[in-house]
Design a protein around this ligand. Sequence first.
Ligand SMILES: [Zn+2]
Length: 71
Amino acid sequence: MPIYEYTCCRCSKDFEKLVFGNQEVSCPKCSSKEVKKKFSVFCTAGTERPLAGTASSGCTSCSKTSCSSCR
Ligand SMILES: [Zn+2]
């Protein structure tokens, strides 16, 4: 059974959830559905700063958000 780790975008709570199919996941703490799977894309709201080179400090000379080759 697939258990995924999520982070809530609203209250930054980390939690694990069994997910079946396209079931919606909501935060057990604040019931927000703005949650992100930890293994895929991180949300930037309410969480710690993303890794260096992403988001606001993203590279301007290429379209990637994380580049290590062009500077
Ligand atoms: Zn929450």
